[in-house]
Write a protein that binds this ligand. Structure first.
Ligand code: ADP
Length: 480
């Protein structure tokens, strides 16, 4: 099949969170299955082209006209981590993709509108049939509007839209839409797309796509409810017949403690449980030294993720306060999603500056994340909601035990040891209540060393690879 993924992120070159991992991991798996897969990505100016496996000019520049004039679109073809990419650049005067970060700018809507237009102008020139056009999140759903409403000859058999996170919806006013679209015509045909002269781009993706997927079976159910639907639950209910939940995998070549270049001491299932424990301890000592913490074989608990409201910052703060009163250690590696959260955690960081067993780090640090997964005993994810969550899947593959709130993909991958005799692989709580949360934490810390040692090896045996999930995507791609 000829499959095109269009997204705002692709690991390892342009990643803010799980979306980047998914685009790379799924594309790689589909490529290995023999399909012809391409990822379309903005040519962010900070992409280190020397780190790509290949990189060359792809096309004769072609023009794109907008309010700022006529721009020449230049494409580079590249490959990285088993994936083929097309990087889109237009030297736009607004320097849309010459910013430090992927998201977080007042003109994000226009940045991704421009990306969609570049992709569309290129797609229009394609003569071959595209079997699957797979679009990800609101940043790319405008392409569905172009496809539906602009006259063209391009042949696309199926449009798939994946919701990676329902919280981010991309709402714009009708006037913001690119001039090539005719809102009056659109409103006539699809009145549902507009509400009070505003368009919700995620909703547009839901309505106009042939199939919708989201990144775990439980999240696919949860988003039909007011608690998790972010106002789109009724739209989703109308379209539930084409909604599927497919659990995200991880690229087990890239994330593999057996040969991970970012950890000093490698380990694998070939080692005994005791050996794994000993090697993880050596990684722990290395990490403790690196972060100037005291060297201790007591428990190390970690959290790696975007520091956003979604991730349960209230409970994370409770955990840090709790650990200040125990000899165990906690490391939080988080990229703050807004100034308020940054401020709150900066206060906490100041409070514990002198502590030798609490570390709060605000960097986005891919290498350090690998080391933390390898060195920790537990990974904490008290998320308010979690579409899938990759951190817990990665952590388990590195022999680290998850402590999670029972929601979305966490519910599908982590099972409580106390209540699930067969599948138990971690510690799970449901209530967003600090008392219950701390009881769960306490329960984890009270685990017998011997039990923990065997549990570490057994969670490494869970296969988090893309192989099964990619087959499920193929079934959706192929379904009539
Ligand atoms: P989300 O998609 O909500 O960001 P996931 O758990 O699905 O959360 O995926 C998070 C991915 O991003 C993992 O690969 C994790 O290691 C990585 N990550 C998130 N924040 C950081 C950070 N501050 N430093 C390094 N890696 C991070």
């Amino acid at each position: 099949m000829k499959i095109i993924h269009i997204a705002s992120e692709t690991a390892p070159i342009a990643k803010a969170g799980g979306l980047g991992d998914v685009i790379q991991g799924l594309s790689k798996e589909l490529t290995q299955m023999g399909h012809q897969v391409r990822i379309f990505l903005p040519h962010y100016s900070w992409i280190r082209t020397e780190n790509l496996d290949s990189y060359h000019l792809f096309n004769e520049a072609f023009p794109l006209q907008d309010d700022y004039g006529c721009h020449q679109i230049q494409l580079h073809e590249a490959s990285i981590a088993g994936c083929k990419l097309l990087l889109f650049n237009s030297n736009h005067p607004k320097k849309f993709f010459e910013r430090e970060e992927i998201y977080g700018y007042p003109d994000d809507l226009f940045r991704f509108f421009h990306f969609c237009r570049m992709c569309w102008e290129f797609l229009k020139m394609q003569k071959e049939t595209i079997d699957v056009l797979h679009l990800h999140d609101w940043h790319t759903s405008l392409i569905l509007l172009f496809h539906q409403f602009l006259h063209h000859t391009i042949k696309i058999k199926k449009c798939i839209f994946t919701i990676h996170n329902l919280e981010y919806q991309g709402v714009c006013s009708i006037e913001d839409l690119p001039k090539i679209l005719n809102p009056i015509k659109i409103e006539k045909e699809f009145p549902d797309l507009f509400q009070k002269k505003q368009m919700n781009l995620l909703k547009t993706g839901i309505i106009l796509s042939d199939k919708i997927t989201t990144v775990s079976p439980s999240y696919a159910q949860e988003i039909l409810t007011p608690q998790y639907g972010f106002g789109l639950e009724s739209t989703l209910k109308v379209h539930r017949g084409k909604l599927f939940g497919i659990l995200n995998g991880i690229d087990t070549e890239y994330w593999n403690p057996r040969h991970d270049p970012f950890i000093p001491y490698n380990f694998s299932l070939l080692d005994t449980a005791k050996e794994i424990e000993a090697i993880k301890l050596k990684n722990k000592c290395f990490l403790q030294k690196k972060l100037n913490m005291n060297s201790s074989s007591l428990f190390l608990i970690a959290n790696v993720g975007r520091l956003a409201e979604q991730k349960g910052p209230f409970l994370l703060k409770k955990a840090i306060e709790y650990f200040s009163q125990t000899p165990h250690q906690i490391i939080l590696l988080g990229s703050p999603s807004n100034a308020k959260i940054r401020h709150e955690f900066e206060q906490l960081k100041k409070q514990y500056t002198d502590s030798d067993h609490i570390r709060i780090l605000f960097d986005y640090d891919e290498k350090l994340a690998h080391l933390i997964y390898a060195a920790s005993d537990f990974l904490l994810m008290p998320s308010n909601f979690e579409p899938c969550g990759l951190s817990q899947r990665i952590a388990m593959y590195y022999g680290t035990i998850p402590i999670v709130r029972k929601t979305g993909g966490l519910k599908d991958t982590v099972f409580d040891l106390q209540t699930n005799q067969k599948k138990g692989n971690g510690f799970v709580f449901l209530e967003q209540d600090p008392v219950i949360f701390l009881q769960t934490l306490q329960r984890a810390l009270n685990i017998k060393r011997e039990t923990l040692c065997h549990l570490k090896k057994s969670v490494m045996q869970i296969n988090p690879s893309w192989s099964e999930s990619a087959k499920e995507y193929m079934a959706i791609y192929e379904e009539e």
